[in-house]
Design a protein around this ligand. Structure first.
Ligand code: SF4
Length: 367
């Protein structure tokens, strides 16, 4: 069972954020990171710069030897104020798209007997034969990705710290700590996940990439002071920060916080089943402020609908902002975002409805 801290933080006032981070990290043994090189990464939309800065100051206070920060998503709205702040703090910023990538072999997880074999003697003959079929398919013992690529900035660091903003995602329901690895792998790996694994095993593929950083992920933060959920400022104000040494537990709490069940986030379900972490809320213990104080049932207001219901639909270009679209063109796994006659268009035949473009630039792509 993993523990997750949730603490009230009503604004991005530096003193308030600093105090909240101090309190929520108090159970963490800082000796684990003393003298270590830390790679901090964030995805999109970026966490608030004050929040990010206070995480950096917490790391410095813990005596780390070096901090590097990076992301591969620097299109809007990742603001210059973040890169300016990093420079001010003496933290090197790395654009992962320009970083070198290291090829890593994804370890075989789940070599243990699939769960559906446990207690099969109690099943009816029909169930038993079905379970045998599933067993032959080796559903849980199979590795989805053989290799993945990670930025050298991450592979060379002693410890990795993801900092994400609480958000919903058309691809993975919660754009949490685990699914944020999609923003650190190069297009090639994303293509493989989206195109080959989209329908059935995308979540396991994401979990496998996450498995490559998991051992060095010392902890993660979720900025839920002002989340990115509905587009309504009042509804999006969750007034909380989250902290855990287990990314699945963080995503699990994030899901329940806004009205999902933790198992609705498939990466959580898969990760929990494979023993990667506490993906299910029932496997998480909480500390900090009373969780129910923050919980909002937002599902009916969420902009991407329930359970990734946008899958199967094709997006449209809402606004031809060539400057911003050109920055994320390469994120489309099939090259379906095309520039023709001075306009961006979606080629409906090659689009696989992964909604990555919608997730990246929701004001420019819509369904
Ligand atoms: S156009 Fe958008 S939804 Fe379609 S494949 Fe490309 S990124 Fe995915």
């Amino acid at each position: 069972m993993s523990s997750v801290g949730i603490l009230e933080c009503k604004s991005y006032d530096p003193e308030e954020v600093k105090e909240a981070i101090r309190v929520i990290t108090s159970p963490f043994d800082k000796k684990k990171i003393e003298g270590k090189k830390i790679a901090l990464y964030f995805d999109f939309p970026a966490p608030n710069p004050v929040f990010l800065r206070e995480v950096i100051r917490f790391l410095k206070g813990a005596g780390v030897s070096e901090i590097v920060a990076g992301t591969s998503v620097i299109s809007a709205p990742v603001p210059g104020e973040i890169t300016d702040m990093l420079e001010w703090e003496g933290v090197k910023f790395v654009d992962f798209r320009e970083d070198k990538y290291e090829k890593l072999t994804v370890p075989l997880h789940g070599e243990r007997m699939p769960d559906h074999f446990r207690g099969y003697a109690l099943l009816s003959p029909v169930q038993y034969s079905r379970e045998l079929q599933l067993g032959k398919m080796n559903v849980k013992g199979k590795r989805i990705l053989k290799h993945s690529f990670l930025p050298l900035t991450l592979t060379e660091a002693d410890c990795i710290v993801p900092v994400v903003k609480l958000k919903v995602s058309p691809v993975t329901v919660i754009g949490g700590v685990v699914s944020s690895v999609l923003s650190i792998v190069p297009t090639l790996t994303r293509n493989e996940i989206f195109i080959n694994k989209l329908k059935y095993q995308m979540e396991q593929a994401i979990v496998e990439v996450y498995g490559l950083i998991q051992e060095r992920m010392v902890f993660g933060f979720v900025d839920a002071v002002e989340a990115d959920l509905t587009g309504d400022k009042e509804l999006d104000k969750m007034n909380a920060i989250l902290f855990s040494e287990d990314g699945f537990a963080l995503d699990s709490l994030s899901a329940v916080l806004i009205g999902y069940r933790s198992r609705d986030v498939k990466t959580n379900k898969v990760g929990d089943e494979l023993g990667f972490g506490s993906g299910l809320f029932s496997h998480v213990s909480l500390f900090g402020d009373e969780f129910l104080h923050f919980r909002k049932d937002l599902v009916k207001f969420l902009k991407y609908g329930r359970y990734g219901s946008l899958r199967g639909k094709k997006p449209r270009v809402l606004k031809n902002d060539a400057e911003r679209i050109s920055k994320i063109e390469t994120f489309c796994p099939t090259g379906a975002i095309k520039f023709e006659n001075g306009q961006y268009k979606i080629d409906r035949h090659s689009c696989i409805s992964c909604m990555y473009c919608v997730q990246l630039l929701p004001d420019l792509f819509g369904v």
